[in-house]
Design a protein around this ligand. Structure first.
Ligand code: SF4
Length: 714
């Protein structure tokens, strides 16, 4: 038996791990805390890594092609790549590069080389049609950046915060923390415990008393859909009492007068009545925020999924700005990055409003957010009556058909594609409807670097992971897939170290790739370490990972006058006024909110033993008093109806949930349920959503949380 040192690829926390390997077979995984900045830590998804590698989730071991009879048949990987390359080349020749789109799913974040080769391929092709999960569960944050601007020094690290306010996030379960959800991604409980031990106060805003709430000093449980008002009320108190950071706001912000005008009526009492929370809690939160030096105000997925998502996210960031919740010149930067260290400046970067510029979508008057079109518009971009409509979609590690909601509209759109390809290690709803399914290799069969976590680790750290198991013959490395298509389409690629916020064409350092000689993945990793604080050879020599021996980094003063954050643009103010005039839909007395589970991530990792045992279905969790009022027994079969659809699930009591709310996990069950949730393995809450009505501004997000519903016994 040998022990390999590597890191988990199941989320961007990239926790270090040891894996026992016997005769080429992976046996078990253990946390490896020798060098990792989290210490020894693996969550259930990490512990189940070996199970996934060894075949859980019905791993695909060969590629599939749909025949003329409509059925899948196995196909050699090279033949599949030939056919896909030829079809893409024909579509591009006839309709141009914009006829091709790529969707980057949850699984694609598990592969550094695959994700960067995908970016290189999209840039070489010249299509603007890039979609990802980021414009689904985080898109409101991108809208806020585009409308307010960003602060270049970044938020304080959890280890430096005096008060943290987190809305609609449960990092103890999601392991998705900094920068937006404030907490450290790996070992989040330990990090919160340490922060509280040194005196940090944690304020949580969530309709549910989540697992993270056990560390909270103050828990505010509003009705869903009122986050914008709640944060407007906190801003109201900060401005009323002079608790905001006047020096920061005067130096770096514009629009304070407009903020005052908008939040003037948002008194704690007005908001308390709408959101059904005690006004004293709003006063308390504002007081703590106003008194603290280092403040962080952020959010998880909840506000991005709910009604008025862009407005809510803007108001959350507004409170952070009013508190000056960013590092200043002279503040320590705990992790400036290892594989690509960078300098941080005290400077406002003004809003780009990039979504108003070219390229624009063909189905709606909006454009890109951080270089991507909104995923909710993917179906519309396929069906649009436009010469620039999408005709081919390559799906890398994801299930967009299920992820975008409203399966009737999404399925009809996907059926119009001339070419749908799923590059994945497992079958999913999108794959079932694809023309080709390309069986992808698994993480432990690939070369990788901790690029995804490089800036997210709490301290500088990097790790290199060579393969520890051979790739099955019928599978294709994801990076190889994109390179192979470029070779077949005669599209020369330049491989680059790209990260969010960068335009691919602006990155000057690149590695031109041959069209005939397949790249060596180790050489690609070596290239990616070209600006690293640790040499690639050092990483190879230290499979446990390395912490660079570099001097402490500090935020630098602004190199120029910088811009201003726009606190209250006209469109945000108009959205707030529209929210204030809105009345509840009394035909649907409850609201369905989303919740994450510890063992899964979006549609992934459902099939581990632990996940199957705990979540044979995604129950409809309800407050026991609401259940009693409806005459529902535990595990009663219920019908959940929204204005747009109906699903069935099992009602289950949870007194941690406030009244008036039903809580369910998304991405469960088949695309369209049969009405028997146990047989289906859960229900798809996407059936309750609409891709036509009630979409958000700018990103056209459907409402995935805070959905008005009616629950009835079956
Ligand atoms: S937190 Fe993420 S990286 Fe760490 S073990 Fe869990 S899934 Fe893996």
């Amino acid at each position: 038996m040998e022990t390999a040192r590597t890191f988990c690829r199941n989320c961007s926390a990239a926790c270090s791990m040891e894996i026992d390997v016997e005769h080429g077979r992976l046996i078990r995984a253990r946390p490896d805390g020798e060098v990792s900045p989290y210490g020894a830590y693996l969550c259930p998804k990490g512990l189940a890594s070996v199970e996934f590698h060894n075949g859980a989730e019905n791993r695909l071991l060969h590629c599939l092609a749909r025949g003329v009879d409509g059925e899948f048949a196995p196909i050699e990987a090279e033949a599949a790549l030939d056919a896909i390359g030829a079809k893409l080349a024909a579509l591009v020749a006839e309709h141009g590069p914009r006829s091709v789109a790529v969707y980057h799913g949850t699984g694609a974040y598990r592969s550094t080389l695959g994700a960067l080769m995908e970016r290189a391929w999209v840039a070489a092709l010249g299509t603007p049609n890039f979609f990802s999960t980021m414009t689904i569960d985080q898109s409101a944050k991108w809208v806020t950046m585009a409308r307010m601007g960003t602060f270049a020094s970044g938020r304080h690290a959890l280890r430096d915060l005096d008060v943290a306010l987190l809305a609609g996030g449960n990092p103890l379960v999601t392991h998705q923390g900094a920068p937006f959800a404030l907490v450290e991604s790996g070992a989040p409980g330990r990090a919160l415990e340490a922060a509280r031990a040194r005196g940090m106060k944690l304020i949580l805003v969530d309709p549910r008393r989540t697992e993270t709430a056990r560390y909270a000093d103050l828990l505010i449980q509003p009705l869903p859909g009122h986050d914008a008002a709640l944060f407007a009320a906190i801003a109201h108190v900060l401005l009323r009492d002079g608790g905001y950071d006047t020096a920061f706001v005067e130096r770096w912000c514009a629009g304070l007068g407009e903020v005052r005008a908008i939040v003037a009526a948002a008194t704690p009492e007005w908001v308390a009545a709408r959101a059904d929370v005690p006004a004293e809690q709003i006063e308390q939160a504002a007081r703590w925020l106003g008194e603290a030096r280092n403040v962080g105000v952020g959010s998880g997925t909840g506000p991005s999924f709910s009604a008025h998502s862009n407005l809510a996210d803007h108001m959350i960031e507004l409170v952070n700005v009013l508190c000056g919740g960013y590092r200043r010149a002279g503040d320590r930067v705990r992790n400036p990055g290892t594989l690509r260290p960078r300098a941080f400046y005290e400077m406002a970067v003004p809003p780009t409003r990039g979504f108003e510029q070219a390229p624009q979508c063909v189905s709606a008057p909006t454009g890109q957010l951080l270089g991507e079109f909104p995923s909710a518009l993917l179906p519309g971009e396929i069906t649009a009556d436009s010469p620039d409509r999408i005709r081919a979609l390559l799906v890398f590690g994801g299930d967009p058909l299920k992820a975008v909601g409203d399966p009737a509209v999404a399925s009809a759109a996907f059926a119009q594609l001339d070419l749908l390809v799923s590059l994945d290690s497992r079958m999913n709803e999108t794959g079932k409807r694809a023309h080709y399914v390309v069986a992808a290799s698994q993480p432990f069969e690939r070369h990788d670097l901790t690029i995804a976590a490089d800036a997210l680790y709490p301290e500088p750290f990097a790790q290199y992971a060579p393969p520890i198991a051979p790739k099955p013959e019928g599978c294709v490395h994801d990076w190889e897939f994109f390179w192979a298509l470029s070779a077949r389409m005669n599209l020369p690629l330049t491989f680059k170290y790209w990260s969010y916020g960068q335009r691919f064409e602006d990155i000057t350092r690149g590695l031109p790739l041959s069209l005939t000689e397949k790249p060596d993945p180790e050489a690609l990793c070596r290239f990616l370490c070209g600006e690293s604080a640790v040499e690639f050879d050092q990483l190879v020599a230290h499979p446990e990972g390395l912490r660079p021996d570099t001097p402490t980094s500090f935020v630098q003063p602004a190199p120029n006058a910088g811009g201003k954050l726009q606190l209250m643009p006209d469109d945000v103010a108009a959205e707030f006024r529209a929210y204030a005039d809105e009345r509840a839909n009394e035909s649907y007395p409850l609201q369905l909110v989303c919740r994450r589970t510890l063992h899964t991530l979006n549609g992934a990792f459902r099939e581990s033993r632990g996940a199957r045992k705990r979540y044979p279905v995604n129950p409809a969790w309800m407050n026991p008093l609401d259940m009693a009022a409806l005459g529902l027994a535990e595990d009663a079969l219920v019908e959940i109806a929204s204005p747009h659809g109906t699903i069935r699930s099992l009602a289950r009591g949870e007194d941690r949930l406030r009244r008036g709310v039903v809580s369910m996990s998304h991405m469960f069950g088949p695309l369209v349920g049969t009405g028997y949730p146990l047989a289906d393995g859960g229900a798809n809450t996407g059936e309750l959503t609409s891709l036509v009505d009630g979409l958000a501004s700018v990103n056209y997000m459907p409402r995935f949380s805070g959905i008005p519903v009616r629950v009835t016994p079956v």
